[in-house]
Design a protein around this ligand. Structure first.
Ligand SMILES: *[C@@H]1O[C@H](CO)[C@@H](O)[C@H](O)[C@H]1NC(C)=O
Ligand SMILES: *[C@@H]1O[C@H](CO)[C@@H](O)[C@H](O)[C@H]1NC(C)=O
Ligand SMILES: *[C@@H]1O[C@H](CO)[C@@H](O)[C@H](O)[C@H]1NC(C)=O
Ligand SMILES: *[C@@H]1O[C@H](CO)[C@@H](O)[C@H](O)[C@H]1NC(C)=O
Ligand SMILES: *[C@@H]1O[C@H](CO)[C@@H](O)[C@H](O)[C@H]1NC(C)=O
Ligand SMILES: *[C@@H]1O[C@H](CO)[C@@H](O)[C@H](O)[C@H]1NC(C)=O
Length: 720
């Protein structure tokens, strides 16, 4: 098991096992036991005091008992990887200065065979990798000075409440990788000075309230690889001096925020490899001494939400890496992180990081973003901007753009500010939810939909019945939360079918659908409900018509097409995509006194059409009789004015008018065909002059297929 985690490393350094100092061994001229090696070797006490220790090394010798005639000056006795199953005090007689005894990887089955009556100087006892099954009362006798006890990788299933009695100087206890199913608070009454407890790798699934209460001196606690599902509010109470805790590789579904609030001195927190889906508002709040936080290797993590980290004044390093589904960090996820210097976000599914996120970190010095599918459009624009305090990129050489197509494989750092637009389409990452899920009858389901864009997009859901649900609303068994999560309370047959999330802003929209079925419902039937759909004209004016469509199911892909005066020429046909959940359209830019055939195309094989005739122009609203040339000039002028008035000339052409159901809808535009009205020629020409602002949606698709456009006239009347 990969247990070298950030925290472990820190623990290591913190407690000063200074293994980096290489000091040569020196000869020690004594009569040495057969096959063993006797040398003076560097040695560090558990409290990092350095000594030159006379060492007898008898590792790997297939010994079944201790060698005889050990030199009396021996301080370190190494008997690793032998076949020893018992030790008697008589075999160690006279070793008054023995400080470390290493019996790891031997054949002990019981501590009863450790017949020691007095090793007053022993500080460190290694019993790891033996076959101990149980620790009886007072399992370690005659070791009044012991500071370190290694019992990891045994087969311990049970430990008596008083097993550690007599070890009141113990500082470090390693019990990891055993078979313990519970942690008994009574063990710890004998260990008032304990600083480090490693108890991970045991099949413990619950920490009881006040489980560690006697350990008021504990500084580091490792609870890695244990099957913990949740940590109750009072589980960690009493650990007043704890600085480092690891929950690496457990089954935690959410951040144990209440329990963590009981650790006033916490500096290092490792939550790596837990199935947490969302890091939510308030999950990390007011942890005044937290310095480093790890949220790595989380298969389920999707989103870091608004105010997920708030008021962590000493946090300097945040690692959120190797989370294959993490596609969203809310622009305001980080609040009051005044010391944050290092932000590691590599190897996620992030398409961007909002400039506000960067702005909210005043001390940020370095950032790692490589191995993410970064879209080099507006959201990452801050990279090229003249920032007051430049942020260093870690591995800039391997931080590439994946989108849009024309910038693909360019290095993010090398794309200039000018090459990026200042607004961009929403993008719902493919990893946010799968396209098909099966759930059990009665189960609750939460579908998380998040999208980054500039301006910030709004999100809504369309359920199988075709009903559109906006955030902070509920309907029957459905509830849409503020951030865009759809909750279904108790799935029945009625809740099966197609769900679509739509994220949209002024620039356009993105949609993503999911088919939900019940487990064992056999074939995947795509909504067998009776469909009652009707497509109708509600109102016709001179230049626009209101069309309605009542659908009793969710139709994620639909198109509207229209053609004037019975033209058979496909060239004159115009069409637009209809977003899921739309019931009403305002078809604008029609010619007065003209007959139109308007068709709704559902799923490429079902088309229903209506005919309508726009009203003739009345005398109070005369249409100026302009020649096409004059009209072209006028519309171009209007366009330019509009552009200036709106966004200083950039990215104004695409706009989606389907934001609210109640609002009349305006949506126009074009196929690739040559438009039949003069203003459309102007609009199209203009589009082609600004290809990277308009035509790329960051996903390599033609924008006209995915968003709803707006032409020149629509812009002058609507966009500003
Ligand atoms: C044990 O250590 C003490 C203090 O370093 C020393 O004086 C004494 O000689 C040592 N005893 C033996 C048997 O080496
Ligand atoms: C096709 O769509 C129309 C109108 O939306 C609807 O009335 C009809 O039932 C649909 N037909 C099929 C075969 O889905
Ligand atoms: C359609 O025909 C009418 C009557 O002939 C005409 O006034 C109108 O301009 C035509 N519209 C288009 C778009 O061709
Ligand atoms: C229409 O096409 C969809 C898939 O695009 C298919 O599931 C459906 O059965 C088709 N309906 C008809 C009436 O052909
Ligand atoms: C439809 O759009 C036109 C042009 O944008 C607008 O003037 C009209 O008020 C809209 N109709 C409704 C019912 O909102
Ligand atoms: C866009 O739509 C056109 C026609 O509807 C189609 O031929 C083309 O393949 C589509 N492009 C993309 C990228 O989906």
């Amino acid at each position: 098991m990969e247990q070298i985690t950030m925290v472990l490393l820190h623990t290591h350094l913190m407690l000063g096992v200074a293994s980096s100092l290489v000091i040569q061994s020196m000869p020690w001229r004594v009569p040495c036991p057969l096959q063993c090696i006797c040398q003076i070797k560097p040695w560090y006490s558990p409290q990092s005091v350095y000594r030159e220790a006379p060492t007898v090394d008898c590792n790997d010798l297939l010994l079944i008992q201790l060698p005889t005639s050990l030199p009396s000056e021996t301080q370190t006795l190494r008997l690793q990887s032998n076949l020893i199953s018992s030790v008697d005090q008589t075999e160690l007689q006279g070793l008054v200065n023995l400080t470390e005894l290493d019996l790891s990887h031997n054949s002990f089955t019981s501590t009863r065979n450790l017949r020691i009556t007095d090793l007053a100087a022993l500080l460190s006892l290694h019993m790891e990798e033996n076959q101990l099954r149980h620790l009886p009362e007072i399992a370690f006798f005659g070791l009044p000075s012991l500071q370190e006890l290694y019992l990891n990788h045994n087969r311990l299933r049970s430990i008596s409440p008083g097993a550690f009695k007599g070890l009141d100087k113990l500082l470090r206890l390693h019990l990891n990788s055993n078979r313990l199913v519970l942690i008994d608070r009574r063990w710890f009454h004998a260990l008032p000075q304990l600083e480090v407890l490693m108890i991970g790798g045991n099949p413990v699934d619950t920490i009881q309230d006040l489980n560690f209460r006697p350990l008021g001196s504990l500084r580091s606690l490792v609870l890695a690889g244990m099957g913990l599902r949740e940590i109750s509010e009072r589980a960690l109470e009493g650990l007043q001096n704890l600085e480092s805790i690891s929950f690496y590789d457990n089954h935690l579904l959410r951040v144990p925020k209440e329990a963590l609030q009981k650790l006033p001195g916490l500096k290092f927190l490792d939550l790596n490899k837990n199935p947490i889906q969302l890091v939510q508002k308030g999950d990390f709040r007011n942890m005044l001494h937290l310095k480093e936080l790890g949220l790595n290797n989380m298969e389920a993590l999707i989103s870091i939400e608004h105010s997920a980290m708030e008021n962590l004044p000493e946090l300097t390093k945040l690692e959120i890496t190797n989370n294959p589904r993490l596609s969203y960090i809310h622009p305001q996820a980080f609040q009051k992180l005044s010391s944050m210097e290092s932000l590691m976000l590599n190897s996620n599914a992030l398409s961007a990081l909002h400039r506000q996120t960067i702005k909210s970190l005043p001390s940020l010095q370095e950032i790692s973003l490589h191995s993410n599918p970064i879209r080099c459009d507006c959201l990452i624009r801050w990279v090229g901007a003249d920032n007051d305090k430049p942020v260093r990129f870690i591995e800039p050489q391997s931080t590439f753009c994946s989108e849009p197509p024309e910038l693909k494989a360019r290095r993010v750092k090398e794309v200039s500010f000018r090459e990026m637009a200042d607004s961009c389409l929403p993008l719902i990452a493919p990893s946010t939810f799968p396209s098909y899920i099966e759930v059990k009858h009665g189960e609750n389901v939460a579908l998380h939909c998040r999208a980054l864009a500039e301006p910030e997009p709004s999100i809504y859901w369309v359920i199988p019945q075709g009903v559109r649900l906006t955030p902070s609303s509920s309907y029957g068994r459905y509830q849409v939360l503020k951030e865009g999560t759809l909750e279904i309370l108790g799935v029945t047959n009625e809740q099966t079918g197609l769900y679509t999330c739509v994220a949209q802003n002024l620039v356009g929209a993105d949609t993503r659908s999911l088919n939900l079925q019940l487990v064992g419902s056999g074939t995947v039937h795509s909504s067998t409900q009776k469909t009652e759909e009707s497509f109708d004209v509600q109102d016709v004016k001179e230049r626009y018509a209101i069309l309605t469509w009542h659908a009793s199911r969710n139709v994620p892909t639909a198109h509207l097409s229209w053609v004037a005066n019975g033209s058979l020429d496909g060239y004159h046909r115009r069409s637009t995509r209809i977003l899921a959940g739309t019931r009403r359209f305002n078809l604008t830019h029609l010619q007065p006194g003209t007959q139109y055939k308007v068709c709704l195309h559902i799923e490429s094989n079902n088309t229903s059409c209506v005919h309508l005739t726009t009203k003739k122009v009345t005398m109070t609203d005369p249409l100026p009789d302009l020649t096409p040339a004059v009209l072209l000039a006028v519309s171009v002028l209007l366009l330019l004015l509009a552009a200036r008035a709106c966004h200083g000339g950039a990215s104004f052409l695409w706009r989606d008018h389907m934001s609210e159901l109640e609002k009349p809808q305006t949506n126009i535009l074009t196929k690739e065909a040559k438009p039949f009205m003069v203003p459309h020629i102007a609009a199209k020409d203009l589009i082609q002059q600004n290809p990277d602002k308009v035509l790329s949606d960051g996903r390599g698709k033609d924008l006209r297929n995915t968003s709803l456009g707006q032409d020149a006239q629509g812009l002058t009347s609507e966009a500003c």
